[in-house]
Ligand binder design. Sequence first.
Ligand code: NAP
Ligand code: G4F
Length: 385
Amino acid sequence: MGKNALITGITGQDGAYLAEFLIKKGYIVHGIKRRSSLLNTDRIDHLYQDPHIEKRNLILHYGDLSDSMNITRIIQECRPDEIYNLGAMSHVKVSFDVPEYTANTDGIGTLRILEAVRLLDMKDHTRIYQASSSELYGLVREVPQTENTPFYPRSPYACAKLYAYWITVNYREAYGLHASNGILFNHESPIRGETFVSRKITRALSRIVLGLQDTLYMGNLSSKRDWGHAKDYIQAMYLILQQEQPDDYVIATGVTTAVREFVSKSFASLGIELSFKGEKEKETGKVISINDALFTEKAGRHYLDKFKSRIRTNPLVVKVDPGYYRPTEVDLLLGDPTKAREKLGWKPEYDLDGLINEMVDSDLLLMKKENYLRDGGYNILNYFE
Ligand code: NAP
Ligand code: G4F
């Protein structure tokens, strides 16, 4: 018989990819979704099955990580072989605005899962994956970061995740739970949340090229991240839970890139060359050349002349808005995934260019849809942060 998995955060980026991956492996996947006033299952709608179908392989439960009884009841009802705790208030900048909520969901939420498995006497039945984060390294103590690098969190989000990390280790050591941390570095995809920097860039680029937006306003362009593709990273989560012994693993590509470079690479993927000038909030990114053939191949000839005429009057397509700065920043993340490669046999398939290409292609397609609607007389809204 197939295994049962429970995914918290199934409606998020990683939850959606992981659910699809596990269903393909023959799992019955249970997911916790939050009640919201608008439907929030866009990322998993393609996996959705009518509740009247017998033998469904995707079953959704209403719930929230801030509700112990709800979490305990769901675990009791679905008796999962594996729990992937991906649910979290996952935006670092927003965590400065909602620190208590973040601590409750991202920190104590993890305790609620561990304690439920312990109280229900399921510790020999259920393996637990905790979504830990490279944000734990914060003001980094060494480069690159390994499983042994000391933590120095720099946000309420990272402080909450620090608690979650250690309570997972503690339940493993104190009660013998099969509970593991994946210390995942940044991972992105076409379904990444729109307010994380990668997706903000690829969406804005697409809108600028199609004439739906003039400027991309950015925060700190100099911070560096080790970016991978979410499709690679969810496989690492799965592998971690297939190990006989629970343990903690860094999951990263081993390559770090500045945010500015991510912007340049994204524009370059459509044949647009940018040059950056100025410092801090005075920094701007200007279009200095266009590769007509590449632009036409990717975006379509239809948009080329209009784009050229717009940038003749406004070539400064990237500007800085200090409103996006964080009170304390994480300047440099670079992971060393040696342990994961050697013990799990995990290796990412995507490199940064492949990731960016996929994200830009996907956002261009989405924004073309917006453009058709606008041309058809519909009111198009932008969703700025
Ligand atoms: P995401 O897209 O923001 O998804 C977060 C998920 O958590 C969503 O399904 C969200 O539900 C759910 N959630 C939020 N608050 C909740 C609550 N109180 N109770 C139950 N569920 C709640 O995040 P992601 O990128 O997939 O990341 C997955 C996990 O990995 C998170 O824990 C994140 O902190 C961690 N992580 C991510 C990265 C990365 O680069 N992506 C790196 C390291 C660690 P709604 O859809 O209703 O909002
Ligand atoms: O894309 P970000 O918001 O991701 P951040 O803060 O690194 O956190 C993400 O990765 C963590 C793993 O390391 C996860 F744990 C966490 O849940 C989340 O998925 O920002 C990346 C960098 C930061 O240095 C930020 O200051 O980009 C910089 N940045 C510059 N301008 C911006 C912007 N970030 C955002 N979101 N928006 C901007 O306009």
